[in-house]
Design a binder for this molecule. Structure first.
Ligand SMILES: Cc1cc2nc3c(=O)[nH]c(=O)nc-3n(C[C@H](O)[C@H](O)[C@H](O)COP(=O)(O)O)c2cc1C
Length: 176
């Protein structure tokens, strides 16, 4: 969907394992955001990069919410284990994450602060359990003031396997 002279990269953070989906705790072999990221790859042919933290989060959902809340309050920057070595090759970044406490996981802040996004287009997408995209679009703009941050897509985690049509029409709108 992107033109031949444009290269786009899908960057996402997603936590597999126990999660709260549709009112109950279930074990997700593939995280919800990862499902959406791979759909976007299928539709756009973009490259894919997963944000991974050095320290993993607890398997337990409630414990993870507590660790994540502490990180948010401390404005932490969890260390990442992988990096993109050719970010300059991409002019559009699809940026995906779960809504954690109303914004992005702090690891996504670490990612955004690790590169120069001047003049790049950042297109957010988010999975959530009711809070939508939260404050994340504004938060991305604060961290990447020189990027063009577009309106994002929010998908309920319990709906990711039924979201192909909304993802496709959102992409069409972004690339028209
Ligand atoms: C630490 C943590 C905090 C969360 N906070 C929120 C929240 O504030 N609002 C919301 O709608 N969902 C919240 N959720 C639910 C996730 O956003 C949702 O399950 C998402 O689809 C998980 O994506 P993933 O499987 O890609 O990690 C939270 C989940 C976790 C683990």
């Amino acid at each position: 969907m992107t033109g031949p002279d444009k290269k786009s990269l899908i960057v996402y953070y997603s936590r597999k394992g126990n999660n709260y989906v549709g009112g109950k705790i279930i074990n997700l072999p593939v995280g919800n955001t990862e499902v959406v990221a791979k759909k976007i790859k299928e539709f756009t042919g973009s490259d894919l990069f997963e944000i991974k933290t050095v320290k993993s989060y607890p398997k337990d959902y409630m414990e993870t919410t507590e660790v994540a809340q502490d990180e948010l309050h401390e404005n932490a920057r969890p260390e990442l284990s992988e990096s993109v070595d050719n970010i300059g090759a991409y002019d559009t970044i699809y940026l995906g994450y779960p809504n954690w406490w109303g914004t992005m996981p702090m690891a996504v802040y670490t990612f955004l602060e690790s590169y120069d996004f001047s003049d790049k287009t950042v297109i957010p997408f988010c999975t959530h359990e009711g809070s939508g995209i939260g404050s994340s679009e504004r938060d991305i703009k604060k961290v990447c003031p020189k990027a063009k941050v577009e309106k994002g897509l929010a998908i309920r985690g319990s709906n990711v396997f039924n979201a192909a049509d909304s993802i496709a029409s959102w992409l069409k709108e972004k690339n028209s």
